[in-house]
Write a protein that binds this ligand. Structure first.
Ligand code: IPE
Ligand code: IPE
Ligand code: MG
Length: 245
């Protein structure tokens, strides 16, 4: 082991900064989202190559409906176009796609596209790719609690609530990255990020390339994850690994 880098099993990303990237170039904000999609495509590939097992991205928040109507419709169109254009390549790369969020507000066309993409890639195991769309951490906790209440009779425990949450199919994220320079969580994985390592980058999402991701992972591999314990309690090998990194 020695200097080997620890690659996170699950990386989650708040892909922020598309609008500013476009505005700096005198382009419409939607052009920034388009560029952001190109960067996301490369990021998925790089994660697969590195051996990351789960990638979760924040693509559209419950609060993003409050944006100007033309930006919201541009984002919906981009999602619809991505569904038809990107899915065959994801399939070829062994990526299993999941959509996470409240689908009830999405158009029938988009909803059937999401379901088809999930069904087509359901047998893939190289990388699980969760796209959070019309997602909010508060929505997730609320819908999980509502499920338990509707089922009735089930004890409310951390485990039962976790199992009703939208990301129950994957372990919690090891590393949460936010690009775009803002130091906030913006209603992303409120429950699941309880013990995630946080990494903030000043790079705007359309500038976040493979080297930037490598840098975030290198930073992560130097962290000591204690989960409430003391440093001395951790396995000696884990400590030695950290010192060597
Ligand atoms: C993130 O980029 C993408 C979405 C929220 C859909 P922004 O559009 O928030 O970009 P900035 O933060 O305005 O630069
Ligand atoms: C968070 O970015 C949501 C996504 C990246 C999809 P925002 O740009 O919406 O967050 P705030 O409004 O700056 O907190
Ligand atoms: Mg933003």
């Amino acid at each position: 082991m020695g200097t080997a880098r620890t690659v996170p099993h699950h990386i989650a990303i708040v892909m922020d900064g598309n609008g500013r990237w476009a505005t700096k170039r005198f382009l419409p904000r939607v052009a920034g989202h388009k560029k952001g999609l190109d960067v996301l495509r490369a990021c998925v590939r790089h994660c697969g190559d590195l051996g990351v097992k789960v990638l979760t991205v924040f693509a559209f928040s419950s609060e993003n409906w409050n944006r100007p109507a033309d930006e919201v419709s541009g984002l919906m169109e981009l999602l619809a176009a991505a569904l038809s254009r990107e899915v065959p390549q994801l399939q070829a790369e062994g990526v299993r796609i999941h959509f996470v969020g409240d689908r009830s507000a999405l158009s029938e066309k988009v909803r059937s596209g999401l379901a088809q993409a999930e069904a087509l890639t359901a047998g893939n195991h190289r990388l699980v790719f969760n796209v959070c769309f019309n997602y909010g951490g508060r929505w997730d906790i609320t819908q999980a609690a509502a499920q338990l209440a509707a089922r009735g009779g089930e004890a409310i425990t951390e485990l039962s609530l976790s199992r009703a949450m939208a990301l129950a199919h994957v372990p919690d994220p090891d590393l949460v990255i936010r690009t775009g320079g803002e130091l906030r969580i913006s209603n992303f994985l409120l429950w699941q990020a309880a013990y995630s390592e946080l990494y903030f980058s000043d790079k705007l999402w359309p500038e976040f390339d493979a080297a930037a991701l490598d840098k975030a992972i290198a930073d992560y591999s130097r962290r000591e994850r204690r989960f409430g314990r003391t440093s001395e309690q951790l396995a000696p090998s884990a400590r030695a690994n950290r010192k060597a990194a």
